[in-house]
Design a binder for this molecule. Structure first.
Ligand code: FES
Length: 109
């Protein structure tokens, strides 16, 4: 079993995560405030941008193959190296969906 250091940039949060453990599980065990909801890779609530390092996340169904290169679903992702992650950053597809939703909303009169 290998262990890696996971640093959340912009915070003082640094934890050790084994390659057998999800990043979210390690956060919860350490009392780190990581957002989550479904815990099955579908909702993106736990998403973080990968600033440095690599993860394995074959069950991250809410991310496209391309998005998996730059984002981690922490409820599914296990480290393959030391990591730097930025919380609260979501893939562009989410931003696009939000804009489409705003355009589709009825205007207040
Ligand atoms: S908690 Fe829903 S995708 Fe991770």
């Amino acid at each position: 079993m290998a262990e890696y250091t996971v640093e959340f940039v912009g915070t003082d949060d640094v934890i050790t995560v084994s390659d057998k453990q999800t990043i979210l599980r390690a956060c919860l065990d350490e009392g780190i405030a990581q957002e989550y909801s479904c815990r099955v890779g579908m909702c993106l609530a736990c998403c973080a941008e990968i600033i440095e390092g690599t993860v394995t996340q074959p069950a991250a169904h809410a991310l496209s193959e391309e998005e998996r290169e730059g984002f981690a679903l922490t409820c599914m992702a296990r480290p393959e190296s030391d990591l730097k992650l930025r919380r609260g950053v979501y893939p562009p597809s989410i931003e696009f969906d939000a804009e489409a939703g705003a355009d589709a909303a009825p205007a207040d009169d």
